[in-house]
Design a protein. Structure first.
Length: 273
C-alpha cells in the first residue's frame, strides 16, 4: 500500500492555522488538491485570538509551494449555506471531493465548575464543534456518494471525546458528539465505500492550547492542568504533524478497510491512571 493521494481532493475546515493548516500541507505534499475553509474572525465567547485572513493566505501559500492547487474561502461552519457554497465552489474548480476533514473547533476554559458555564459560550462551542461538523458532512457527502469511488472522512475529536475533562462540559460534550456522528455515518456510508473515523489528540502545540490566556489560567489553577498535560509518554504537547501523520494514514489506501475507528494520538493521556 502507499500513502500517495495523487488525484485526490481534500476538503478541510479550520484550515487557516494549527492542525488544519498542517493537514492541508501534509496531504498536499502527498498529492492531494485542497479545498480549505476557516472563519477568520473573532467569536465573542472564545477568549483567545481566532484565525485571520492573513493566516488563511499563508495556508494557501504553503500548499501552493508543494506544487498542488488550493481553493480557500472564509466561512463559518455554523452557517450551513456558507459551508455548502464553499463546497460547491470547490467542486466547480476540482470536480470531486474524496477526503473530508471536519477539523474546525474551538475551546474555552473556566469556570472551575461546568454548571457555571455561560449559556452563550455553550451555544457557540456546540454550534462550532458539533453542528459545524454535521454541516461539513451534510454539505460534502452527497457529492462523494455521487462520485461512486468511495472516500475517507475524518472528524477531529479529542481525548475529551474519551474522558470527561473538568470545567469544560461544553467542549467535552462536542468531542463525544463527533464520535457519535462518526459511528452513525460509518454504518450509513459503508455501502458507498466511504470510510469514517475519528482522531483523538492529546494537547497539541497550536495556538488553541499555547495562547497566553489559557497558559495563565492553568498557571492560576494548577489543579486543573491535567486537562491538557500529564501524558504517560514524556512529552507535554504533541506536534500538529503527529496528528497529520495519523490523518494521512486514515485517508490513504493503507487504511482502505479501516472505518469506525477512534484513533488516539494521545501519548497515553487516556490510559493515565
Amino acid at each position: 500500500m502507499t500513502s500517495s493521494l495523487q488525484g485526490k481532493v481534500a476538503f478541510i475546515t479550520g484550515a487557516a492555522r494549527g492542525q488544519g493548516r498542517e493537514h492541508a500541507v501534509t496531504l498536499a505534499r502527498h498529492g492531494a488538491n485542497i479545498i480549505a475553509l476557516d472563519i477568520c474572525k473573532p467569536v465573542s465567547t472564545i477568549p483567545y485570538e481566532m484565525s485571520t485572513s492573513d493566516d488563511l493566505a499563508e495556508t494557501v501559500a504553503l500548499v501552493e509551494a508543494t506544487g498542488q492547487k488550493i481553493y480557500a474561502a472564509e466561512a463559518d461552519v455554523r452557517d450551513f449555506d456558507a459551508v455548502q457554497q464553499v463546497v460547491d465552489d470547490g467542486l466547480e474548480q476540482f470536480g470531486q471531493i474524496d477526503i473530508v476533514l471536519a477539523n474546525a473547533g474551538v475551546y474555552s476554559f473556566g469556570p472551575l465548575d461546568s454548571v457555571d458555564i455561560e449559556l452563550q459560550r455553550w451555544r457557540d462551542i456546540i454550534d462550532i464543534n458539533l453542528t459545524g461538523a454535521f454541516h461539513t458532512l451534510k454539505a460534502t457527502i452527497p457529492s462523494m456518494i455521487a462520485g461512486g469511488t468511495g472516500g475517507s472522512i475524518v472528524l477531529t475529536s479529542s481525548t475529551a471525546g474519551i474522558k470527561g475533562l473538568r470545567s469544560m462540559a461544553d467542549y467535552t460534550a462536542t468531542k463525544h458528539g463527533v464520535v457519535g456522528l462518526m459511528r452513525t455515518f460509518a454504518n450509513e456510508l459503508a455501502p458507498h465505500k466511504i470510510r469514517v473515523n475519528t482522531v483523538h489528540p492529546t494537547g497539541v502545540n497550536t495556538h488553541m492550547v499555547t495562547n497566553p490566556q489559557l497558559v495563565q489560567w492553568y498557571s492560576d489553577h494548577p489543579d486543573m492542568a491535567n486537562n491538557v498535560s500529564a501524558n504517560l509518554l514524556p512529552v507535554e504537547l504533541v506536534d500538529p504533524h503527529d496528528i497529520s501523520e495519523a490523518i494521512l494514514y486514515l485517508t490513504s489506501d493503507a487504511a482502505r478497510y479501516v472505518t469506525g475507528l477512534e484513533l488516539k494520538i494521545d501519548a497515553g493521556f487516556t490510559e493515565r491512571a
